[in-house]
Design a protein around this ligand. Sequence first.
Ligand code: ADP
Ligand code: MG
Length: 291
Amino acid sequence: MDTLVEISVYSADRPKALEAVKQAFLEIERIEKIFSRFDKDSEISRVNTLAGIKETKLSSELFGLIKDSLYYSQISEGAFDITAAPLVDVWAIARRDGVVPDSKTIESTLEYVGYKNIKLDGERSSVHFLDKRTRLDFGGIAKGYAVDRTKETLLSHGIKNALINIGGNIFALGSPPGRKAWRIGIQHPRYKNKIIFKLNLKNRAAATSGDYERFFTLDKKRFSHIINPLDGWPVQDVMSVTVVAATAEAADALSTAFFVTGAENSQTLIRSFDDIEVFMFDKESRFIKYP
Ligand code: ADP
Ligand code: MG
């Protein structure tokens, strides 16, 4: 997953805990083999090659994650969008070459970006892209999904207290011995050692999207790795967003979505959920907390 994975487990039975962690890592590898678009043999690579040409059958797992992704696209009015892949690639080239893409390239790429190009058929468990150039990228949701699956693996091996962290996508299962919850610090996006807020999490997930770990500078401007699929440009208005939610998948997708919509425009969507918490740093380093 191109990031750090940490699994901490408390158990009175050490062999059982070690076996559970081993199985958890195998589960993450299994998921990566489905969702990595950089692995030529992954299911998503096959779909990206075929679904623009013809209706393509999906495993129930890939079908499920596309369906969930479309839900997050709909509620965020396109801020979260798994079809942003071609834009991600345009900006990866820009980063490599050190040149901002010209507006023509961005405009022409935007023609085939958009979740409405994805046609899912539930009965046939298949997908078809309305534009043959459309491609899917699960970078904004797959780590959260993998965290949830990992949690299930640990549970099925009898583990009740654990902390899973895949690149800042966290699930806090139970709590450490003698404590009520796992304590997770939210760091300042510009001062790594400055902890701004401490979360107490028990059977809850958290995810952070930030501009301070994966970013690049062009023309002295800082660009994040998250693209606004509506205008084709990397987001520049937010430094970080942390979302606490019931599942790591929701926390992952929503943190990416709010990162794109920004502090002010996220408010309506944020308020439509009664079971999430949001911690945001806008570009002026203002800390905004919900509720
Ligand atoms: P991270 O990968 O650092 O955990 P995110 O969860 O916010 O961060 O996801 C960012 C990744 O998602 C990008 O690297 C890219 O692959 C993909 N992506 C970029 N922009 C969007 C977007 N608007 N909607 C969905 N996915 C996106
Ligand atoms: Mg995300």
